[in-house]
Design a protein around this ligand. Structure first.
Ligand SMILES: [Zn+2]
Ligand SMILES: [Zn+2]
Length: 347
């Protein structure tokens, strides 16, 4: 099969023929039709995350991508609900066990025996990819491939993050929340989802074009990162900040925007070489600041997100389209902040 494969950390990805994967017991094989490009792909391509890098090396994983959508073309032994011809998404979470403590307490996102698309299993920058029947995402027919692909990571991750404002931080609708990195793949969906949940939203990004785009998404206030602390101070601070930006600067900004007894939802994963999150224990304790991590999403979160999508409360902005061969240039443009929303390529 044709795949865009890693050929050394940070070196140009190479379009080449590699063996087509088989559907193992419990898995389905999907003929990928389109895949979204995630900022995580950039970090994985460069080898910025030591844990993922080691897992990819030990597992021989060379194909990035975890926002794949396509059609089931083979089913493994024991698959009972999906059949050849079903349209599904291949997300970041390739498998969770359903039986470990994180799974049983409602957090399969941190399953002890998880498998991860593009980290422990080859990803979706290829004609075929495999996923467990449990983790394969049933996507409503009314959402076209290019709009659906970015929902498989960006959408569900943004949804899961915003959901924690009510489930974990108990912030009622009507309160102010800030979205840092509001023009990006996750952030642009995050702004719309926060509005759909009834919050008042400060969207923060860098550059006039990106701030204008954030305004067009319905943010109540759209502001440059440098101006954000002063503007947000006029509101008395926000009740929570969701950090989508994969840089430590985003976390530092979040701590300065968030009011006493507020919360910071951690989503963006910086290059490991940037070091730890710059929030002092003093800031946490003296201000009662709560830090809540979140990570992608599972079946019920997809279902809730798709409901909002079909109700017209959120729309994917696909800024760039291309083919698999265009993916390297599009990844470079994403790293440089040269487009808003998402890029999607056909396979
Ligand atoms: Zn992703
Ligand atoms: Zn588990």
């Amino acid at each position: 099969m044709r795949a865009l494969a890693l050929d050394g950390w940070g070196k140009p990805l190479v379009l080449k023929e590699i063996p087509k994967p088989e559907a193992a017991p419990g898995d389905v094989r999907v003929r990928i039709r389109a895949t979204g490009l995630c900022h995580s792909d950039v970090h994985q391509w460069k080898g910025d995350w030591p844990t993922e890098r080691a897992l990819m090396e030990s597992g021989g994983v060379t194909v990035l991508g975890h926002e794949g959508i396509g059609v089931v073309d083979a089913v493994g032994v024991g698959v009972s609900e999906l059949a050849v011809g079903d349209r599904v998404g291949v997300p970041w979470m390739n498998y969770w066990c359903g039986g470990c403590e994180p799974c049983l307490t409602g957090y399969p996102h941190w399953c002890d025996r998880t498998r991860t698309t593009s980290v422990t299993v080859n990803g979706t920058y290829a004609e075929y990819a495999t996923v467990s029947e449990r983790a394969a995402v049933r996507v409503p027919a009314s959402i076209p491939d290019d709009e659906a692909a970015p929902l498989l990571c960006a959408g569900v991750t943004a949804y899961g993050a915003l959901r924690r404002l009510t489930t974990e931080l108990r912030i009622p609708p009507g309160k102010w929340v800030a979205v840092v990195g509001a023009a990006g793949g996750l952030g642009h969906l995050g702004v719309q989802l926060a509005k759909a949940m009834g919050y008042r939203v400060v969207g923060v990004d860098v550059g006039a074009d990106r701030v204008r785009f954030v305004e067009s998404l319905g943010a109540d206030m759209a502001v440059e990162a440098a101006a954000a602390p002063a503007r947000v101070q006029e509101l008395g601070g926000v009740h929570a900040t969701v950090v989508f930006t994969p840089t430590l600067a985003g976390y530092g900004l979040a701590a300065s925007l968030t009011r006493t007894v507020g919360g910071v939802v951690a989503v963006g994963i910086p290059d490991a070489r940037e070091g730890p999150i710059p929030i002092s224990p003093w800031a946490l304790l003296s201000r009662g600041l709560r830090l809540v991590p979140t990570s992608v999403g599972v079946s019920h979160e997809f279902a809730e997100l798709f409901d909002l999508y079909r109700a017209g409360r959120v729309r994917t902005h696909v800024d760039r389209h291309g083919t698999l061969a265009d993916a390297p240039a599009l990844l470079a443009d994403m790293a440089g902040g040269r487009y808003v929303g998402r890029a999607v390529v056909t396979v």
